[in-house]
Design a protein around this ligand. Sequence first.
Ligand SMILES: Cc1cc2nc3c(=O)[nH]c(=O)nc-3n(C[C@H](O)[C@H](O)[C@H](O)COP(=O)(O)OP(=O)(O)OC[C@H]3O[C@@H](n4cnc5c(N)ncnc54)[C@H](O)[C@@H]3O)c2cc1C
Length: 375
Amino acid sequence: MQSASGEILIVGAGIAGLAVARALQERSVPFSVVERRLVPTDGGLAIVLPGNAMQALATLGLREQIEAIGHPIGRRQYRAANDRLLCEIDEDAFWGPTCRPCCVRRSALLAMLADGLPHHSVWHDAGVAAMVSHARHAEVTLTNGASLSARLVVGADGVHSTIRAQTFVGQSGVTGALMAQSSWRFMAPNPGVDCWSLWTGADGMVLLVPVDGDAVYGWVATTRPHPAGSPTNPIARMEHGFPERVRRALRHALSQEGSLYHSPMEEVRLPTWHRGRAVLVGDAAHATAPVWAQGAALALEDAIVLARSVGEHLDIATALSDYQHQRWKRVAHVQRLTDAMSRAAKLPNLIRNALLPVIGPRRYRQTYEPLKVQV
Ligand SMILES: Cc1cc2nc3c(=O)[nH]c(=O)nc-3n(C[C@H](O)[C@H](O)[C@H](O)COP(=O)(O)OP(=O)(O)OC[C@H]3O[C@@H](n4cnc5c(N)ncnc54)[C@H](O)[C@@H]3O)c2cc1C
Protein backbone atom coordinates (compact mmCIF):
# COMPACT_ATOMS: atom_id res chain seq x y z
CA MET A 1 0.00 0.00 0.00
CA GLN A 2 1.29 3.44 -0.91
CA SER A 3 1.53 6.56 1.22
CA ALA A 4 -1.61 8.69 1.15
CA SER A 5 -0.03 12.07 2.02
CA GLY A 6 -2.46 14.33 0.11
CA GLU A 7 -5.43 12.18 0.87
CA ILE A 8 -7.92 11.60 3.59
CA LEU A 9 -7.33 8.27 5.34
CA ILE A 10 -10.46 6.56 6.64
CA VAL A 11 -9.87 3.96 9.35
CA GLY A 12 -12.59 1.28 9.38
CA ALA A 13 -14.77 -0.07 6.56
CA GLY A 14 -18.00 -0.40 8.53
CA ILE A 15 -21.13 1.61 7.76
CA ALA A 16 -19.52 4.90 8.83
CA GLY A 17 -16.22 4.42 6.99
CA LEU A 18 -17.76 3.26 3.71
CA ALA A 19 -20.32 6.08 3.84
CA VAL A 20 -17.55 8.66 4.34
CA ALA A 21 -15.72 7.12 1.36
CA ARG A 22 -18.84 7.38 -0.84
CA ALA A 23 -19.58 10.93 0.25
CA LEU A 24 -15.96 12.01 -0.44
CA GLN A 25 -15.99 10.24 -3.80
CA GLU A 26 -19.08 12.24 -4.82
CA ARG A 27 -17.09 15.43 -4.15
CA SER A 28 -13.97 14.09 -5.92
CA VAL A 29 -11.94 14.31 -2.69
CA PRO A 30 -9.16 11.65 -2.75
CA PHE A 31 -9.28 9.05 0.04
CA SER A 32 -8.15 5.58 1.11
CA VAL A 33 -9.81 3.19 3.56
CA VAL A 34 -7.93 0.78 5.83
CA GLU A 35 -9.86 -2.04 7.53
CA ARG A 36 -8.34 -4.52 9.96
CA ARG A 37 -10.66 -7.43 9.09
CA LEU A 38 -10.99 -9.47 5.92
CA VAL A 39 -14.79 -9.82 6.37
CA PRO A 40 -17.23 -8.30 8.89
CA THR A 41 -17.95 -10.53 11.92
CA ASP A 42 -21.66 -9.69 12.14
CA GLY A 43 -22.41 -9.56 8.39
CA GLY A 44 -24.90 -12.43 8.70
CA LEU A 45 -27.16 -10.38 10.95
CA ALA A 46 -29.59 -7.64 9.98
CA ILE A 47 -30.12 -4.00 10.92
CA VAL A 48 -33.15 -1.74 11.24
CA LEU A 49 -32.93 1.49 9.24
CA PRO A 50 -35.35 4.21 10.38
CA GLY A 51 -36.60 6.95 8.02
CA ASN A 52 -33.67 9.30 8.52
CA ALA A 53 -31.24 6.51 7.55
CA MET A 54 -33.26 6.01 4.36
CA GLN A 55 -33.12 9.75 3.75
CA ALA A 56 -29.33 9.77 4.20
CA LEU A 57 -28.93 6.82 1.82
CA ALA A 58 -31.00 8.69 -0.76
CA THR A 59 -28.67 11.70 -0.34
CA LEU A 60 -25.75 9.33 -1.01
CA GLY A 61 -27.48 8.34 -4.27
CA LEU A 62 -28.60 4.93 -3.02
CA ARG A 63 -32.39 5.24 -2.81
CA GLU A 64 -33.21 2.62 -5.46
CA GLN A 65 -30.53 0.24 -4.24
CA ILE A 66 -31.70 0.27 -0.59
CA GLU A 67 -35.33 -0.08 -1.61
CA ALA A 68 -34.36 -3.14 -3.66
CA ILE A 69 -32.54 -4.94 -0.81
CA GLY A 70 -34.43 -3.71 2.29
CA HIS A 71 -37.66 -5.17 3.65
CA PRO A 72 -40.16 -2.37 4.46
CA ILE A 73 -41.26 -2.33 8.11
CA GLY A 74 -44.62 -0.52 7.80
CA ARG A 75 -45.75 -0.70 11.42
CA ARG A 76 -44.22 -0.92 14.89
CA GLN A 77 -45.97 -2.86 17.65
CA TYR A 78 -45.17 -2.91 21.36
CA ARG A 79 -46.65 -5.95 23.12
CA ALA A 80 -46.79 -7.33 26.67
CA ALA A 81 -45.21 -10.75 27.30
CA ASN A 82 -48.71 -12.32 27.09
CA ASP A 83 -48.99 -10.91 23.51
CA ARG A 84 -51.45 -8.11 24.44
CA LEU A 85 -50.95 -5.18 22.05
CA LEU A 86 -49.85 -2.14 24.09
CA CYS A 87 -49.45 0.31 21.23
CA GLU A 88 -48.99 0.46 17.49
CA ILE A 89 -47.28 3.09 15.36
CA ASP A 90 -47.92 3.52 11.65
CA GLU A 91 -44.35 4.14 10.48
CA ASP A 92 -45.34 4.41 6.81
CA ALA A 93 -47.72 7.27 7.59
CA PHE A 94 -45.15 8.97 9.84
CA TRP A 95 -42.19 8.88 7.41
CA GLY A 96 -44.05 9.01 4.07
CA PRO A 97 -43.38 6.99 0.91
CA THR A 98 -39.85 8.29 0.22
CA CYS A 99 -38.32 7.37 3.61
CA ARG A 100 -40.07 4.14 4.62
CA PRO A 101 -38.03 2.40 7.36
CA CYS A 102 -36.70 -1.03 6.46
CA CYS A 103 -34.75 -4.00 7.78
CA VAL A 104 -31.76 -5.20 5.75
CA ARG A 105 -29.01 -7.78 6.10
CA ARG A 106 -25.80 -6.10 7.28
CA SER A 107 -23.71 -7.85 4.62
CA ALA A 108 -26.02 -6.50 1.89
CA LEU A 109 -25.89 -2.97 3.34
CA LEU A 110 -22.07 -3.01 3.48
CA ALA A 111 -21.82 -4.43 -0.05
CA MET A 112 -24.15 -1.70 -1.31
CA LEU A 113 -22.05 1.04 0.34
CA ALA A 114 -18.81 -0.42 -1.05
CA ASP A 115 -20.17 -0.93 -4.56
CA GLY A 116 -18.63 1.55 -7.01
CA LEU A 117 -15.72 2.64 -4.79
CA PRO A 118 -12.41 2.36 -6.69
CA HIS A 119 -11.02 -1.15 -6.14
CA HIS A 120 -7.63 0.05 -4.92
CA SER A 121 -9.14 2.50 -2.39
CA VAL A 122 -10.23 -0.02 0.28
CA TRP A 123 -7.53 -2.11 1.99
CA HIS A 124 -8.56 -5.09 4.11
CA ASP A 125 -6.36 -6.88 6.64
CA ALA A 126 -4.80 -3.47 7.33
CA GLY A 127 -5.32 -2.59 11.01
CA VAL A 128 -4.11 0.69 12.43
CA ALA A 129 -1.88 0.39 15.50
CA ALA A 130 -0.90 4.03 16.11
CA MET A 131 -1.39 7.58 14.91
CA VAL A 132 0.46 10.86 15.44
CA SER A 133 -0.95 14.24 14.44
CA HIS A 134 1.51 16.88 13.13
CA ALA A 135 0.85 20.49 12.11
CA ARG A 136 0.28 19.73 8.40
CA HIS A 137 -0.30 15.98 8.27
CA ALA A 138 -0.89 12.87 10.34
CA GLU A 139 1.17 9.68 10.40
CA VAL A 140 -0.45 6.31 10.86
CA THR A 141 1.33 3.03 11.59
CA LEU A 142 -0.34 -0.22 10.60
CA THR A 143 -0.09 -3.42 12.63
CA ASN A 144 2.18 -4.88 9.90
CA GLY A 145 4.64 -2.04 10.49
CA ALA A 146 3.83 -0.04 7.32
CA SER A 147 3.36 3.69 7.76
CA LEU A 148 1.09 6.10 5.92
CA SER A 149 0.65 9.82 5.99
CA ALA A 150 -2.53 11.76 5.31
CA ARG A 151 -3.81 15.32 5.54
CA LEU A 152 -6.74 14.06 7.67
CA VAL A 153 -7.46 10.77 9.47
CA VAL A 154 -11.13 9.82 9.90
CA GLY A 155 -11.66 7.45 12.83
CA ALA A 156 -14.56 5.28 11.67
CA ASP A 157 -13.26 2.38 13.74
CA GLY A 158 -16.17 1.71 16.07
CA VAL A 159 -16.81 1.69 19.81
CA HIS A 160 -13.25 0.68 20.75
CA SER A 161 -11.65 3.10 18.30
CA THR A 162 -7.85 3.11 18.05
CA ILE A 163 -7.94 6.60 16.54
CA ARG A 164 -9.93 7.87 19.54
CA ALA A 165 -7.51 6.23 21.99
CA GLN A 166 -4.51 7.75 20.16
CA THR A 167 -6.09 11.20 19.85
CA PHE A 168 -7.76 11.63 23.24
CA VAL A 169 -5.25 9.85 25.44
CA GLY A 170 -6.64 8.90 28.85
CA GLN A 171 -10.25 9.67 27.86
CA SER A 172 -11.94 6.45 26.71
CA GLY A 173 -15.50 7.84 26.63
CA VAL A 174 -16.92 4.28 26.70
CA THR A 175 -19.62 3.42 29.24
CA GLY A 176 -22.12 0.60 29.70
CA ALA A 177 -25.56 1.46 28.28
CA LEU A 178 -28.26 2.57 30.71
CA MET A 179 -30.92 0.25 29.32
CA ALA A 180 -29.06 -3.09 29.58
CA GLN A 181 -25.48 -4.25 29.82
CA SER A 182 -25.70 -6.84 27.08
CA SER A 183 -27.89 -8.17 24.32
CA TRP A 184 -28.07 -11.07 21.88
CA ARG A 185 -28.84 -10.99 18.16
CA PHE A 186 -29.79 -13.81 15.81
CA MET A 187 -31.59 -14.74 12.59
CA ALA A 188 -34.43 -17.29 12.57
CA PRO A 189 -37.17 -18.55 10.27
CA ASN A 190 -40.08 -16.10 10.43
CA PRO A 191 -42.51 -17.51 13.06
CA GLY A 192 -45.40 -15.33 11.78
CA VAL A 193 -44.33 -11.72 12.37
CA ASP A 194 -45.33 -9.08 9.81
CA CYS A 195 -43.88 -5.87 11.28
CA TRP A 196 -41.37 -4.51 13.84
CA SER A 197 -42.61 -6.28 17.01
CA LEU A 198 -41.27 -5.84 20.55
CA TRP A 199 -42.43 -7.94 23.52
CA THR A 200 -41.58 -6.64 26.99
CA GLY A 201 -41.48 -9.03 29.92
CA ALA A 202 -40.38 -9.03 33.54
CA ASP A 203 -36.80 -10.13 32.72
CA GLY A 204 -36.25 -8.31 29.47
CA MET A 205 -37.46 -7.75 25.94
CA VAL A 206 -37.48 -9.52 22.60
CA LEU A 207 -37.62 -7.77 19.23
CA LEU A 208 -38.46 -9.61 16.00
CA VAL A 209 -38.33 -7.83 12.63
CA PRO A 210 -39.00 -9.48 9.24
CA VAL A 211 -36.00 -9.28 6.91
CA ASP A 212 -37.73 -10.95 4.00
CA GLY A 213 -40.63 -13.34 3.54
CA ASP A 214 -38.81 -16.18 5.28
CA ALA A 215 -36.54 -14.78 7.98
CA VAL A 216 -36.70 -12.57 11.05
CA TYR A 217 -33.94 -10.62 12.73
CA GLY A 218 -34.10 -11.09 16.50
CA TRP A 219 -32.73 -9.01 19.35
CA VAL A 220 -32.98 -9.92 23.04
CA ALA A 221 -31.99 -7.68 25.95
CA THR A 222 -32.16 -8.61 29.59
CA THR A 223 -33.06 -5.74 31.87
CA ARG A 224 -32.18 -7.62 35.06
CA PRO A 225 -28.62 -8.47 36.06
CA HIS A 226 -27.89 -12.16 35.55
CA PRO A 227 -25.39 -14.40 37.28
CA ALA A 228 -22.05 -14.98 35.56
CA GLY A 229 -21.83 -18.08 33.39
CA SER A 230 -23.04 -18.98 29.93
CA PRO A 231 -24.27 -15.87 28.12
CA THR A 232 -27.20 -17.85 26.67
CA ASN A 233 -28.67 -18.67 30.12
CA PRO A 234 -30.83 -15.53 30.35
CA ILE A 235 -32.46 -16.30 27.00
CA ALA A 236 -33.20 -19.88 28.00
CA ARG A 237 -34.85 -18.47 31.15
CA MET A 238 -36.80 -15.83 29.22
CA GLU A 239 -38.03 -18.30 26.63
CA HIS A 240 -40.82 -19.45 28.97
CA GLY A 241 -42.41 -16.06 29.52
CA PHE A 242 -43.36 -15.19 25.92
CA PRO A 243 -45.96 -16.25 23.32
CA GLU A 244 -45.41 -19.32 21.16
CA ARG A 245 -44.18 -17.45 18.03
CA VAL A 246 -41.51 -15.67 20.10
CA ARG A 247 -40.54 -18.93 21.82
CA ARG A 248 -40.18 -20.60 18.43
CA ALA A 249 -37.71 -17.96 17.27
CA LEU A 250 -35.77 -18.12 20.58
CA ARG A 251 -35.67 -21.93 20.49
CA HIS A 252 -34.27 -21.79 16.98
CA ALA A 253 -31.59 -19.33 18.08
CA LEU A 254 -30.65 -21.45 21.10
CA SER A 255 -30.48 -24.62 19.01
CA GLN A 256 -28.09 -23.25 16.38
CA GLU A 257 -24.66 -23.31 17.94
CA GLY A 258 -22.74 -20.18 17.05
CA SER A 259 -25.75 -18.33 15.64
CA LEU A 260 -26.32 -16.14 18.71
CA TYR A 261 -24.21 -12.97 18.67
CA HIS A 262 -23.66 -11.69 22.18
CA SER A 263 -22.66 -8.01 22.37
CA PRO A 264 -22.08 -5.80 25.35
CA MET A 265 -24.26 -2.67 25.09
CA GLU A 266 -21.77 0.16 25.24
CA GLU A 267 -22.02 3.85 24.55
CA VAL A 268 -19.48 6.55 23.71
CA ARG A 269 -19.93 10.08 24.95
CA LEU A 270 -17.19 12.64 24.41
CA PRO A 271 -16.81 16.40 24.85
CA THR A 272 -15.40 16.78 21.30
CA TRP A 273 -14.96 14.65 18.17
CA HIS A 274 -11.84 16.13 16.65
CA ARG A 275 -8.32 17.14 17.56
CA GLY A 276 -5.40 18.08 15.31
CA ARG A 277 -5.58 16.04 12.10
CA ALA A 278 -8.04 13.43 13.44
CA VAL A 279 -11.83 13.36 13.47
CA LEU A 280 -14.27 10.71 14.69
CA VAL A 281 -17.49 9.54 13.00
CA GLY A 282 -20.17 6.91 13.73
CA ASP A 283 -19.77 4.68 16.79
CA ALA A 284 -16.20 5.88 17.40
CA ALA A 285 -17.66 9.34 18.16
CA HIS A 286 -21.06 8.60 19.69
CA ALA A 287 -22.11 4.91 19.90
CA THR A 288 -25.59 4.87 21.40
CA ALA A 289 -27.64 1.92 22.70
CA PRO A 290 -29.90 0.71 19.85
CA VAL A 291 -33.10 1.94 21.58
CA TRP A 292 -34.09 4.05 18.56
CA ALA A 293 -31.94 2.18 16.00
CA GLN A 294 -29.99 5.35 15.25
CA GLY A 295 -26.44 3.92 14.93
CA ALA A 296 -26.40 3.54 11.15
CA ALA A 297 -28.50 6.66 10.55
CA LEU A 298 -26.17 8.88 12.57
CA ALA A 299 -23.11 7.31 10.92
CA LEU A 300 -24.52 7.97 7.42
CA GLU A 301 -25.44 11.54 8.34
CA ASP A 302 -21.96 12.14 9.84
CA ALA A 303 -20.47 11.04 6.52
CA ILE A 304 -22.59 13.44 4.48
CA VAL A 305 -21.86 16.41 6.74
CA LEU A 306 -18.12 15.67 7.10
CA ALA A 307 -17.63 15.35 3.33
CA ARG A 308 -19.53 18.60 2.81
CA SER A 309 -17.46 20.45 5.44
CA VAL A 310 -14.16 19.12 4.07
CA GLY A 311 -15.26 20.00 0.52
CA GLU A 312 -16.25 23.55 1.49
CA HIS A 313 -13.37 24.53 3.78
CA LEU A 314 -9.75 24.23 2.67
CA ASP A 315 -8.54 24.70 6.24
CA ILE A 316 -8.90 21.37 8.09
CA ALA A 317 -9.45 22.93 11.55
CA THR A 318 -12.32 25.05 10.18
CA ALA A 319 -13.83 22.05 8.35
CA LEU A 320 -13.76 19.88 11.48
CA SER A 321 -15.28 22.47 13.77
CA ASP A 322 -17.98 23.10 11.16
CA TYR A 323 -18.67 19.33 11.02
CA GLN A 324 -18.96 19.07 14.80
CA HIS A 325 -21.08 22.21 15.03
CA GLN A 326 -23.56 20.86 12.47
CA ARG A 327 -23.83 17.40 14.09
CA TRP A 328 -23.71 18.06 17.83
CA LYS A 329 -27.34 19.04 18.55
CA ARG A 330 -28.83 16.19 16.55
CA VAL A 331 -26.62 13.54 18.20
CA ALA A 332 -27.32 15.02 21.66
CA HIS A 333 -31.05 14.78 20.91
CA VAL A 334 -30.75 11.06 20.11
CA GLN A 335 -28.66 10.47 23.26
CA ARG A 336 -31.23 12.30 25.43
CA LEU A 337 -34.18 10.33 24.02
CA THR A 338 -32.20 7.08 24.29
CA ASP A 339 -31.72 7.76 28.00
CA ALA A 340 -35.41 8.64 28.45
CA MET A 341 -36.60 5.39 26.84
CA SER A 342 -33.92 3.35 28.64
CA ARG A 343 -35.23 4.60 31.99
CA ALA A 344 -38.79 3.66 30.95
CA ALA A 345 -37.60 0.18 29.93
CA LYS A 346 -36.25 -0.38 33.44
CA LEU A 347 -39.55 0.37 35.20
CA PRO A 348 -41.34 -2.56 36.86
CA ASN A 349 -43.23 -4.59 34.25
CA LEU A 350 -46.76 -3.61 35.33
CA ILE A 351 -45.99 0.11 35.43
CA ARG A 352 -44.11 0.02 32.10
CA ASN A 353 -46.95 -1.80 30.37
CA ALA A 354 -49.51 0.63 31.80
CA LEU A 355 -47.46 3.62 30.56
CA LEU A 356 -46.42 2.32 27.12
CA PRO A 357 -49.74 3.01 25.32
CA VAL A 358 -49.25 6.69 26.21
CA ILE A 359 -45.48 7.20 26.23
CA GLY A 360 -44.70 4.84 23.30
CA PRO A 361 -46.29 6.95 20.51
CA ARG A 362 -45.35 10.20 22.27
CA ARG A 363 -41.65 9.27 22.61
CA TYR A 364 -41.63 7.99 19.02
CA ARG A 365 -42.82 11.37 17.69
CA GLN A 366 -40.56 13.28 20.09
CA THR A 367 -37.52 11.27 18.92
CA TYR A 368 -38.09 11.07 15.20
CA GLU A 369 -39.92 14.34 14.32
CA PRO A 370 -36.72 16.48 14.58
CA LEU A 371 -34.81 13.80 12.62
CA LYS A 372 -37.08 14.29 9.59
CA VAL A 373 -35.15 17.51 8.88
CA GLN A 374 -32.54 16.57 6.29
CA VAL A 375 -28.86 17.07 7.19
C1 LIG B 1 -26.96 -5.25 19.63
C2 LIG B 1 -26.89 -4.10 18.67
C3 LIG B 1 -27.96 -3.87 17.81
C4 LIG B 1 -27.93 -2.78 16.95
N1 LIG B 1 -28.98 -2.55 16.13
C5 LIG B 1 -28.99 -1.48 15.32
C6 LIG B 1 -30.08 -1.22 14.44
O1 LIG B 1 -31.04 -1.99 14.35
N2 LIG B 1 -30.03 -0.09 13.68
C7 LIG B 1 -28.96 0.77 13.72
O2 LIG B 1 -28.96 1.77 13.00
N3 LIG B 1 -27.91 0.53 14.53
C8 LIG B 1 -27.89 -0.56 15.31
N4 LIG B 1 -26.82 -0.80 16.10
C9 LIG B 1 -25.68 0.11 16.05
C10 LIG B 1 -24.93 -0.07 14.74
O3 LIG B 1 -24.54 -1.40 14.56
C11 LIG B 1 -23.70 0.81 14.75
O4 LIG B 1 -24.05 2.12 15.14
C12 LIG B 1 -23.07 0.88 13.38
O5 LIG B 1 -22.70 -0.39 12.93
C13 LIG B 1 -21.84 1.77 13.48
O6 LIG B 1 -21.03 1.61 12.43
P1 LIG B 1 -19.52 2.12 12.50
O7 LIG B 1 -19.05 1.98 11.10
O8 LIG B 1 -19.41 3.42 13.19
O9 LIG B 1 -18.77 1.09 13.46
P2 LIG B 1 -18.48 -0.49 13.24
O10 LIG B 1 -19.62 -1.18 12.59
O11 LIG B 1 -18.01 -1.01 14.56
O12 LIG B 1 -17.28 -0.50 12.21
C14 LIG B 1 -15.97 -0.19 12.60
C15 LIG B 1 -15.02 -0.84 11.61
O13 LIG B 1 -13.70 -0.43 11.92
C16 LIG B 1 -12.84 -1.56 11.91
N5 LIG B 1 -11.72 -1.29 12.80
C17 LIG B 1 -11.74 -1.22 14.15
N6 LIG B 1 -10.53 -0.92 14.64
C18 LIG B 1 -9.71 -0.78 13.55
C19 LIG B 1 -8.33 -0.48 13.40
N7 LIG B 1 -7.54 -0.25 14.47
N8 LIG B 1 -7.79 -0.44 12.15
C20 LIG B 1 -8.59 -0.65 11.06
N9 LIG B 1 -9.89 -0.96 11.15
C21 LIG B 1 -10.45 -1.01 12.38
C22 LIG B 1 -13.72 -2.71 12.36
O14 LIG B 1 -13.20 -3.98 11.98
C23 LIG B 1 -15.05 -2.37 11.69
O15 LIG B 1 -15.14 -2.91 10.40
C24 LIG B 1 -26.81 -1.90 16.95
C25 LIG B 1 -25.72 -2.14 17.80
C26 LIG B 1 -25.76 -3.24 18.66
C27 LIG B 1 -24.58 -3.50 19.57
